[in-house]
Design a protein around this ligand. Structure first.
Ligand code: AMP
Length: 312
């Protein structure tokens, strides 16, 4: 891949968490999770200029931070404070297609005030992972002139922090949400119309993630569809959206430009990283990958979606 200096810097802000996941494969407790955990690990395969801003409690094992550092991720923005690490409890339907949040214990997130180091303020790409939009706004007030601000969110914040979320959207270039959240935000079932309504809130593009139906990118008048890899073994969809975001932004940092064709490729890299994430619990699917494995799945997706134009 390119030399380090060619990469753009990517600042990731999000949750670092413990997850309890219930579903068809039983209950798994105290798994490493959180939006920033998945995003940064997925992005780090493409660029070694990934920095994380997050908070953990005293109960958070240092080995997880050390593993991220070993992957080349700058963890100097991960604050460790007194209290318990954020804990999320989710339950998946037997077919894994939907999930509900059973519990959210904010712990150290309750008093978190992100403070960016000087170097982090100059980040060229900023990825606001799914956290309280009030915290996302705090970060946006501190960054200087990012070329791209991409924001992820979830139904909770659409329901309880809509005014703050709208302020974030006004400063966001690319908003990422899943189909259910897009419909909720827009009050519109049709995804094309929902995307148009979301774009009116400020972003120049919206990415709607649709689980195993792939992801749609709406921008200007155009739309691009990234397929999802049909997989034989899916264990845990947690972190798929975050790993998608990490692959997408990581690739944009690596490529160094944001031409329409680069953005399309980045969408596919997102799909590739999301597909690895769901094959294992926690971050298991996105650790220990190689460039060759990522390349192989990228090629498989390219093959899967390829078709010739014909003239009828
Ligand atoms: P995803 O499956 O990509 O949507 O992301 C799942 C991750 O989001 C889990 O690992 C959770 O720890 C994290 N998460 C869930 N709810 C919240 C929340 N309210 N704030 C921050 N992170 C959350």
């Amino acid at each position: 891949m390119h030399q380090r200096s060619a990469h753009r810097s990517l600042l990731v802000v999000g949750s670092v968490a413990f997850d309890d996941i219930d579903g068809p494969f039983g209950l798994h407790k105290d798994l490493l999770g959180g939006s920033a955990s998945f995003i940064s690990r997925a992005a780090a395969y493409f660029t070694n200029k990934v920095s994380v801003v997050a908070v953990v409690g005293e109960d958070f094992p240092q080995k997880y931070v050390d593993e991220m550092t070993a992957q080349g991720i700058d963890c100097s923005g991960i604050e460790r404070v007194k209290g318990e690490t954020f804990h999320w409890v989710g339950k998946y339907a037997p077919d894994l297609s939907t999930r509900e949040t059973l519990d959210t214990r904010l712990g150290v997130f309750a008093d978190f005030q992100p403070k960016l180091h000087d170097a982090h303020r100059d980040a060229q790409l900023v990825l606001l992972g799914n956290i309280d939009p009030g915290l996302q706004l705090d970060v946006l007030r501190q960054v200087r002139a990012p070329a791209l601000v991409a924001t992820d969110t979830m139904n909770l914040w659409i329901n309880i922090k809509r005014p703050e979320l709208e302020k974030v959207l006004a400063k966001t270039h690319t908003i990422m949400l899943n189909d259910e959240e897009a419909r909720l935000f827009a009050g519109e079932h049709n995804l094309r119309r929902a995307a148009a309504a979301i774009l009116k809130a400020g972003p120049t593009s919206v990415i709607i993630k649709r689980g195993d139906a792939g992801a749609l990118l709406f921008h200007g008048g155009g739309v691009f569809a990234a397929p999802a890899m049909p997989l034989a073994d899916v264990k845990d969809p947690t972190g798929a959206g975050d790993s998608f975001a990490g692959g997408l932004l990581g690739y944009l940092a690596y490529a160094g430009d944001m031409s329409p064709s680069t953005i399309r490729t980045a969408m596919i890299m997102g799909s590739v990283m999301g597909s690895f994430a769901v094959e294992q619990f926690s971050v298991g699917g996105i650790v220990g990958l190689t460039t060759a494995k990522i390349q192989q799945r990228f090629d498989e997706l390219s093959e899967l979606a390829h078709f010739e134009r014909v003239r009828l």
